[in-house]
Design a protein around this ligand. Structure first.
Ligand SMILES: NC(=O)c1ccc[n+]([C@@H]2O[C@H](COP(=O)([O-])OP(=O)(O)OC[C@H]3O[C@@H](n4cnc5c(N)ncnc54)[C@H](O)[C@@H]3O)[C@@H](O)[C@H]2O)c1
Length: 314
């Protein structure tokens, strides 16, 4: 198949590109490299074409999609804080960009459309675990745009016969996640600080938990969704149905790094949610999703990657 991956130079996108190429597909990456990196991609691969361009640009999007059999739409301003600081700019990317991709799919008769939504659309729900029928409460422009994107995708399904697979990602982690932003995934920040022997700050008592998914498990699911007919047009949670709290993460990192970590605890930040846990029965049943990487294993691989990266940059 010929597959357009928007945001293919990013953390998740680049792992997906690797897997799609391994499965012998032709891959077109459309990315403006605002947070993604060319160095994440196998630039010399004969089945890979990279288009440096912006999903806000209609012509670029239409040209990129031409001749494709499927679109995986991952490009977004993935920082919730950026969406709060700059709602107009992020909306142009996170919602209007999605609509442009949908129009391109319609124009080129592309049925298969895989979309990265987010658990952020549930807001600060107290319901545990969070199922797809948990009331939605998007609290930020980022979450509002993800939810509106879901509604647009459903419109194109009903109106034009699009065959979408929409996944609400919980906390994804793994190699290539960029720790440079304070709003990055907590694991990437912990990893980098451990390797650089820097102190770490935990806001609250460290008992706050998340449902962490190792990136290789996620991209396997995304690649399957591209290749197989999705029997479920409803959005599906992608978590593992297990909670890991920050203190447990730190213990695991202590174990395999052999380092004493300097951790200080400060007052919780306003609006931080205490626990997040996915009910993932839908994705397991409909998509035959099986986790292959428990958190401890994924962490270990990720740590080794950050270590190699820091050694190669010395
Ligand atoms: N990482 C997570 O835990 C998580 C959780 C929920 C949802 N998501 C979603 O998954 C997707 C991928 O996230 P990620 O963590 O890999 O983030 P990322 O920032 O590494 O990837 C986003 C990619 O989109 C590209 N991009 C941004 N704006 C663009 C534009 N205007 N035109 C073209 N390309 C553009 C970036 O350069 C980058 O390569 C995003 O849609 C994000 O919202 C991620």
């Amino acid at each position: 198949m010929k597959i357009l991956v928007t945001g293919g130079g990013g953390f998740i996108g680049s792992h997906l590109v690797d897997l799609l190429l391994k499965r012998e597909h032709v891959v077109i990456v459309l990315d403006n490299f605002s947070t993604g990196k060319r160095s994440n991609l196998p630039l010399e691969h004969p089945q890979l074409k990279i288009i440096e361009g912006d999903i806000r640009d209609t012509d670029t999007v239409f040209q990129a999609a031409e001749g494709c059999d499927a679109i995986v739409h991952l490009a977004a301003v993935a920082s919730v804080q950026a969406s709060v600081d700059e709602p107009i700019g992020t909306h142009e990317v996170n919602l209007v960009g999605t609509v442009k991709l949908l129009e391109a799919a319609k124009q080129h008769s592309i049925k298969r459309f895989v979309f990265a939504s987010s658990a952020a659309i549930y807001g600060n729900t107290e319901v545990m675990p969070v199922s797809e029928s948990t009331p939605l409460s998007p609290l930020t422009p980022y979450a509002a745009d993800k939810l509106a994107s879901e509604y647009y995708i459903d419109f194109y399904r009903r109106q034009y016969g699009l065959s979408p697979a929409v996944f609400r990602f919980f906390n994804i982690f793994g190699p290539r996640q960029d720790p440079s932003s304070p709003y990055s995934g907590v694991i990437s920040i912990f990893m980098q600080r451990t390797i650089n022997d820097q102190p770490m700050t935990v806001f609250g008592d460290g008992e706050q938990s998340r449902d962490f998914v190792y990136v290789a498990d996620l991209v396997q699911l995304l690649a399957d969704a591209v290749e197989k007919q999705n029997p479920n047009h409803l959005p599906m949670n992608v978590g593992n149905g297990t909670q890991t709290n920050l203190n447990q993460l730190l213990d695991l990192i202590r174990d395999f790094s052999g380092k004493k970590l300097a951790v200080s605890y400060e007052e919780s930040r306003l609006g931080d949610i205490k626990h997040s846990l996915a009910d993932n029965r839908a994705v397991c049943e409909k998509m035959d999703y099986h986790r292959q990487y428990p958190v401890a294993l994924g962490l270990r691989i990720t740590y080794d990657w950050y270590l190699t990266k820091s050694e190669s940059s010395i």
